[in-house]
Design a protein around this ligand. Structure first.
Ligand code: SF4
Ligand code: SF4
Length: 277
C-alpha cells in the first residue's frame, strides 16, 4: 500500500459513494438531490514520532492535550491526514447571502461530515485488507472534546485529545489562518479527516516553518464574519462563533453551518502566500 494507492482509493470512493451526494430523503430543496458535497482529497503524512505531533500532548498555546499516535494505536508509524475541498457549486452558493449559510453549504457541512467518517472507514478497510492496522481518532470511543470558559478572559475555549487541524499541519497539508482554520494548497474551504496506521509512509515535507505562514492577515475574514468573532489582535473568538452557529442550528436542525470566513476570501481556494523555502 502506497500513498498513491490511498489517493486512488479515496478519489474512487468520493466519486462513487452515494453518501457523498445529497439523498432524496434529506434534501433541503428538491433541486439539491444528487448534489456532490465534497471533492477528492489531498493527502499529507506525518511520522508517528514527528516532533510537532508529539509536542501537542500538552500545548497550552494551542489549548491542546492531543494524545500521541502510540496512544491511539500500538506500533503506530504514520498519521494520515487529508483535506477535501468543497465543490465550486457549494462555495459559490455560500456567497449569495452575507449572513445566512446556503442550503448547499449546510449539506456539505453536516452530511459531508458523515461522508468523511465513511471515507475514513473505507480507507481503514483497505489498510486492514493489506494486513495493516488503522484507527480513526475522531470516531474512536476514546476521543473526547470539551468546552470551558477561559480564566484569562478569552471567552470559550475548546480542548480535545485529537485535532484534525494540528494533525494536518504536522502532515504538511498547510498552515493556520487568522480564523483558526487550515489554509492548504487547495485553500481553506473544505473539511479535514485523519487516520493513524502502522503502515510506514514517507512523511510529507512541511513547506513552512511558522504556524500561520500562509495567512497574509488581509482581514477579509474579519469583514465576512456575521458574528464579529474574528479580529486581527485576537484571531477567532470561539464564543460568538458558537452562539451564531447555535442560532443557525435552532432554525435548521439538524443542519447548521456558516463558513462565511472561508467564502470570497483570498485563501478560499489556495494559499495567498506560498513559502519561498
Ligand atoms: S482572509 Fe486573509 S486574514 Fe483571513 S485567514 Fe485568509 S488570508 Fe488570513
Ligand atoms: S464560522 Fe461564521 S461565525 Fe464562525 S468565525 Fe467563521 S464567519 Fe464567523
Amino acid at each position: 500500500m502506497t500513498a498513491l494507492d490511498l489517493d486512488r482509493i479515496a478519489a474512487a470512493f468520493v466519486k462513487s459513494s452515494p453518501l457523498n451526494y445529497v439523498a432524496a430523503d434529506k434534501a433541503l430543496r428538491p433541486d439539491l438531490v444528487g448534489m456532490k458535497m465534497l471533492e477528492p482529497p489531498i493527502f499529507g503524512f506525518a511520522a508517528a514520532d514527528d516532533d510537532y505531533i508529539l509536542s501537542l500532548q500538552d500545548n497550552p498555546g494551542a489549548n491542546l492535550k492531543m494524545d500521541p499516535p502510540s496512544f491511539w494505536l500500538e506500533g503506530a508509524k504514520t498519521v494520515i491526514s487529508f483535506f477535501l475541498p468543497f465543490p465550486d457549486e457549494v462555495k459559490c452558493s455560500n456567497r449569495l447571502d452575507r449572513l445566512l449559510p446556503s442550503q448547499e453549504y449546510m449539506h456539505s457541512r453536516v452530511d459531508g461530515q458523515t461522508f468523511i467518517v465513511a471515507l475514513c472507514r473505507h480507507l481503514k478497510e483497505a489498510l486492514v485488507a493489506e494486513g495493516y492496522q488503522a484507527v480513526i481518532p475522531a470516531a474512536d470511543p476514546r476521543f473526547w472534546s470539551n468546552a470551558a470558559i477561559d480564566k484569562q478572559g478569552n471567552g470559550m475555549l475548546f480542548t480535545s485529545n485529537w485535532s484534525e487541524r494540528h494533525a494536518a499541519y504536522g502532515a504538511g497539508l498547510g498552515t493556520f489562518s487568522l480564523n483558526r482554520a487550515l489554509i492548504t494548497q487547495k485553500g481553506m474551504a473544505g473539511r479535514l479527516g485523519s487516520l493513524i496506521t502502522d503502515l510506514e509512509l514517507p512523511p510529507t515535507p512541511r513547506a513552512y516553518t511558522k504556524l500561520e505562514e500562509y495567512c497574509i492577515l488581509c482581514g477579509a475574514c474579519i469583514v465576512s464574519c456575521p458574528a464579529k468573532a474574528i479580529s486581527l489582535d485576537k484571531g477567532k473568538q470561539h464564543s460568538p462563533c458558537s452562539v451564531y452557529l447555535g442560532e443557525i442550528l435552532a432554525v435548521n436542525r439538524p443542519y447548521y453551518g456558516c463558513g462565511k470566513c472561508q467564502t470570497s476570501v483570498p485563501c478560499e481556494h489556495r494559499p495567498p502566500r506560498i513559502s519561498m523555502r
